[in-house]
Design a protein around this ligand. Sequence first.
Ligand SMILES: Nc1nc2c(c(=O)[nH]1)N[C@H]1C(S)=C(S)[C@@H](COP(=O)(O)O)O[C@H]1N2
Ligand SMILES: [Mo]
Length: 323
Amino acid sequence: MLIRFRDPAAPRPSEITPEATWLDRRRFLASGAGLALAGFAGTWGLASRPAAAAAPEDFAPLPEVGRSPLSTDEEANSFQEIATYNNFYEFGTAKEDPARYARALKTSPWTIQVDGACARPGTLDADALITSPLLEERIYRLRCVEAWSMVIPWVGIPLAKVLDRFEPLGDARYVAFETLHDPRQMPGQRSRVLDWPYREGLRLDEARHPLTILAVGLYGRVMPNQNGAPARLIVPWKYGFKSIKSIVRITFTVDEPPTSWAVSAPREYGFYANVNPTVDHPRWSQARERRIGEWGRRDTLMFNGYADQVTSLYAGMDLARFY
Ligand SMILES: Nc1nc2c(c(=O)[nH]1)N[C@H]1C(S)=C(S)[C@@H](COP(=O)(O)O)O[C@H]1N2
Ligand SMILES: [Mo]
């Protein structure tokens, strides 16, 4: 079953449904048993921990799923690369910080509130998402605004299938997303590096585009915390910062919602943030990128290589102005 609608006062589905063992294992892992205590050293505590080596076996396997034909056939980056080179400022600004400090984040139980301009506001249960028959593997390029890229085998659900259950109203034109705000669990939020919580947004047609997914795992395993557990957005034709992690709220809106990076540096980051090799960042070129694990640089492709599928979304728009 994909999405459970329920009265917030009703018992959680997990309380009334027997869970598969992998879910129990996920809970065990999510509780950070044995690992939690080590979490907040380094930047926020006393001694520093070595950068975590990440192994897939540390994460509970998801049920076997088929691969979406929307996947790229490029070679994927290794699990180690994907799970140790991250941007997740809630856990620090260095690339290795999330792998070190995100493990204590408690990702189960986890509820995503869905509200705003929709006929059926409600909640999503992250554990229920993981058992959805709509789960599939999507191997996508991820192109960061800082000019590096990776290829990542996500497991997720088309976001449109999730959103449509809440019946967005006719005047809903945008969708806003928010990350958890909990400085006790997310020590990076004790610093003012961004205005917390992290916020992102899409136009509703972008959010409902078949390429856009809500990802709950990678490499056939539950999502590592550093990659945005339990559920994060993936919008493969946009710079990585649009793909917000550890989502707790989704709101349908009439007006364009504020987004964290555009609020913090509006000249550098816009609402659209489409990958575009012809529109430079004010401080660096976007024409080329470094694939993590490779030496040279490769050309950045328009819309990160997804131009055939998404160009029509922007017909008539000046992409240098709406960057
Ligand atoms: N909540 C939250 N989401 C976030 C970020 C963040 O700092 N906080 N960083 C973004 C940026 S800049 C990138 S490039 C991607 C990185 O995703 P990955 O670590 O899974 O590769 O996550 C995005 N989502
Ligand atoms: Mo990024």
